[in-house]
Design a protein around this ligand. Structure first.
Ligand code: ATP
Ligand code: MG
Length: 220
């Protein structure tokens, strides 16, 4: 049996990491084989790239769009080659905290063309696509309030470069995510993210369970 790739997407604070924890609890409860990872930062190289990409910059130098884009793709290439494809080959469920749709949304709204994104997809993803993508969707204004209080309360959550962007940037990211979802409704499920964490987790599980069953993962 081949594995099953689930990606979690959405703007900052939409609850991706929170829901990933609920999901891993459920998968453990059913004794299913899974790994969790994230982009950027799912490998040793990726951790260095993540720090480069997300730490607020002190020098003031503005990176050109292509430089930033290629660093995200360097992270993705290493991650797919050394973590994701091997786990899929060994029949595991893989949960990814952000993947290609994030690049399409964040770098897309800054001006990277669809053609460039498609070319990189061809080079790095080849024919690999997530089996299921959960897009957590909610009002960016509310989500940024969550992010700010999380970053204040939890010392391991330093502010990232994207947390500093203006509200309109996050609104554009949200819209772009929704556009992507409307083009691929079979793969991408839009999940309202402003309910309680437990209720969202219930919605997510009732979506995922039948798909895992259909893919041959027995839930007993
Ligand atoms: N449904 C919810 N209702 C209220 N608060 C929530 C909900 N889900 C998550 N939170 C809280 O909001 C904050 C952001 O959640 P989380 O870190 O899971 O978001 P994220 O999508 O992973 O954000 P980022 O993109 O910054 O990694 C956390 O403090 C979390 O506890
Ligand atoms: Mg997170």
């Amino acid at each position: 049996m081949s594995g099953f790739l689930i990606t979690l997407e959405g703007i900052e604070g939409s609850g991706k990491t929170t829901q990933l924890d609920f999901l891993t609890d459920q998968l453990s409860k059913f004794g299913l084989p899974y790994i969790c990872s994230k982009e950027p930062g799912g490998t040793d190289l990726g951790k260095e790239l993540r720090s480069l990409l997300l730490t607020p910059r002190t020098s003031g130098e503005k990176w050109c769009l292509d430089a930033e884009l290629l660093l995200f793709y360097a992270d993705r290439a290493q991650h797919l080659e050394t973590v994701v494809r091997p786990a899929l080959r060994s029949g595991q469920i893989i949960l990814l905290d952000r993947f290609e749709d994030s690049t399409r949304a964040y770098q897309g709204i800054q001006g990277v063309s669809e053609k460039t994104l498609d070319t990189l997809r061809q080079i790095v993803l080849k024919d690999l696509r997530p089996d299921l993508t959960l897009l957590f969707d909610a009002d960016p204004e509310k989500m940024l309030i969550r992010v700010n209080s999380r970053n204040r309360e939890k010392p391991d959550f330093a502010e990232t470069r994207f947390d500093r962007e203006e509200l309109c940037f996050h609104r554009n990211v949200r819209e772009r995510f929704l556009e992507i979802a409307s083009r691929e409704p079979e793969r991408i499920c839009v999940i309202p993210a402003d309910e309680s964490p437990e209720s969202i987790a219930g919605n997510v599980w009732s979506l995922i369970a039948p798909k895992l069953n259909a893919a041959g993962f027995l839930l007993r």
